[in-house]
Design a binder for this molecule. Structure first.
Ligand SMILES: *Cc1c(COP(=O)(O)O)cnc(C)c1O
Length: 380
């Protein structure tokens, strides 16, 4: 009997989620309304931010953030290249240009403040940090640069609900921070995202732009709080649904044990891989794992060939793997920019192994059994 496919990630859903969604369906109010407002309030409290604004995705939340910061053509935003393309796309939606910075090292694959400093110029308006894999970027150094040059600091916190840096929780460290609740993230609502910010002006602007620039929402009118509306800016439809908000509320309640389980699994991976140094290494370290949301499990193999051998062996064993990420600065749409040697080297050698709270220890051991991997190439 062949073993079951081991996925890269899977949401932890139970009857609570089913019931929460059923309740919304029964209520017959499916779009942005009271559950969205309640989830926003709970999420803001969770990250220690004054406000939270839910959106239809993290990409939408990032676009709202950059739009509310008044970015436009001629402006530049410094972003890491080691990220999902959404970070850079959201900058580009405003007409501004993403400028890509290298990471610190393969052991610390986070945006390098020194690299950022070298890229700051007269057009730079903001820096967007990504807490790769759930490990918080060096926000103190980035904040100092932003203060010195009057730049906005944005957190792409898609990987990191529940993560902390030395200065506090992810989501409370930027002028505005954006989370993702996509199906493979730590807190899952299917599609969905959230911005957090202490800046009430920015938040008001994001709320306006989220719903077409209209001065009143359908929910306001439903409750009789408004009878008409004006449109005061060209906005978007980035409304979340109540189904997503209801799922988010249940998932947020489960986040503490889901996080704890992720950390236990990472510890098991670290112990197992410590015994096979030729397999490569997991970036960061145990101490940082305790602050991380442990979103993905990256393994940095010794070479590009070794990475391909691991991926081939995993596929044969019905274990799903991935690569985080193909460097964004190399994509055609961004007209490939100057090379970023550390990012490029990392991206050639990295393989992402399965990690999700419902994994059991035996699942981790099944992945660890792949190592050491003999390169298939050249083996008769
Ligand atoms: C997933 C992800 C996004 C986009 O999130 P969506 O909710 O799917 O729009 C943005 N940035 C990073 C780093 C991500 O991993």
């Amino acid at each position: 009997m062949s073993e079951q496919q081991l996925p890269l990630s899977a949401p932890s859903f139970g009857e609570e989620e089913v019931e929460a969604v059923a309740e919304v369906v029964r209520s017959a109010w499916l779009t942005m309304g009271p559950r969205t407002a309640a989830f926003e309030a709970r999420f803001a409290e969770f990250v220690g931010s004054r406000n939270a604004v839910m959106a239809s995705s993290c990409t939408a939340a990032l676009h709202l953030a950059f739009a509310a910061l008044d970015l436009g053509p001629g402006d530049e935003v410094i972003v890491p290249s080691l990220t999902f393309v959404a970070t850079a796309n959201a900058v580009a939606y405003t007409g501004a240009t993403p400028v890509f910075a290298d990471i610190v090292s393969p052991e610390r694959p986070l945006i390098d403040p020194e690299a950022v400093r070298a890229l700051i110029g007269p057009r730079t308006k903001a820096i967007c940090a990504v807490h790769y894999a759930g490990y918080v970027a060096d926000m103190a150094a980035l904040r100092a640069l932003c203060d010195r040059h009057s730049l906005a600091l944005v957190e792409d916190a898609a990987h990191s609900p529940g993560a902390r840096g030395p200065e506090g929780p992810a989501g409370s460290l930027g002028d505005v921070s954006c989370f993702s609740f996509f199906s493979n993230k730590n807190l899952v609502t299917g599609e969905g995202g959230m911005s957090t910010s202490d800046d009430d002006h920015l938040v008001a602007r994001m709320r306006l732009l989220r719903a077409h620039g209209m001065t009143a929402t359908s929910w306001d009118r439903e409750r009789g709080h408004a009878s008409g509306y004006d449109v005061v800016e060209r906005g978007y439809n980035y409304r979340p649904s109540e189904l997503e908000a209801a799922l988010g509320m249940v998932q947020l309640g489960k986040l503490p044990w889901m996080l704890e389980r992720r950390r236990e699994l990472v510890a098991r991976y670290r112990r197992g891989l410590a015994g096979v140094p030729e397999a490569g290494f997991i970036p960061f370290d145990e101490e940082l794992d305790r602050m991380s949301s442990c979103h993905i499990l990256p393994l940095v193999t010794p070479s590009a060939e070794a990475r391909e051998a691991v991926r081939a062996a995993a596929a044969e064993a019905r274990i799903q793997t991935s690569v985080h990420y193909q460097p964004v600065h190399g994509f055609k749409v961004f007209q490939p920019q100057a090379s970023l040697p550390i990012t490029e080297d990392y991206a050639r050698r990295e393989v992402t192994l399965p990690l999700y709270p419902a994994m059991d220890d035996a699942d981790v051991d099944r992945v660890l059994a792949l190592f050491p991997v003999r390169a298939r190439a050249g083996v008769a």
